[in-house]
Design a protein around this ligand. Structure first.
Ligand SMILES: Nc1ncnc2c1ncn2[C@@H]1O[C@H](COP(=O)(O)OP(=O)(O)OP(=O)(O)O)[C@@H](O)[C@H]1O
Ligand SMILES: [Mg+2]
Length: 150
């Protein structure tokens, strides 16, 4: 199932992330796709807020993966930036499948790589329109999709 959402400003992207984050459970995988500056980290920040995890969700570019301790909902967030990951071997080295047992995992630049970590996942493809409005195309099982379309 695919849903498309228009995101005129960063606050809209963060709010979409918040909606997604409130629905995530440990073991859920979210793959974020889209070009540089598309808004993947902004979305991940909203997801962290929806999950209620600790610590600010910022670009993990130089650490590859950052774990955020759980808040009241008890679900930690593992935020991964796969931009520099060369292939499946390097991904396997991160042992993300182990982390997926007890955390929600969000992978920027994960398309074509991270899907294999879980049986099902939510894919969010962010694109930037000429007028700078972002479009989010969400594909995944209905329980992970936002409850209302545009
Ligand atoms: N509607 C929007 N949604 C999200 N970000 C927006 C929007 N409009 C403008 N922006 C700006 O675009 C930038 C998006 O940056 P962000 O770091 O989230 O992108 P990214 O996809 O994670 O990039 P990278 O591939 O470098 O990790 C921010 O500076 C943000 O303020
Ligand atoms: Mg980013």
């Amino acid at each position: 199932m695919t849903v498309t959402v228009e995101l005129p400003c960063p606050a809209d992207t963060e709010e979409l992330g918040r909606v997604l984050g409130t629905r995530l459970l440990a073991g859920d995988l979210v793959v974020l796709a889209g070009p540089l500056g598309a808004g993947k980290t902004v979305l991940a920040r909203g997801i962290g807020d929806g999950l209620g995890v600790r610590g600010p969700v910022t670009s993990p570019t130089f650490v590859i993966a950052r774990e955020h301790a759980p808040g009241p909902r008890g679900v930690p967030l593992l935020h991964v930036d796969a931009y520099r990951i060369g292939g499946l071997d390097e991904l396997d080295d991160l042992d993300l499948d182990t982390d997926l047992l007890d955390a929600a995992v969000v992978v920027e630049w994960g398309q074509g790589l991270a899907e294999r970590l879980a049986e099902e996942h939510l894919l969010v493809r962010l694109t930037r329109r000429d007028d700078d409005v972002r479009l989010a195309e969400l594909t995944g099982p209905p329980r992970l999709l936002p409850p209302r379309g545009p």
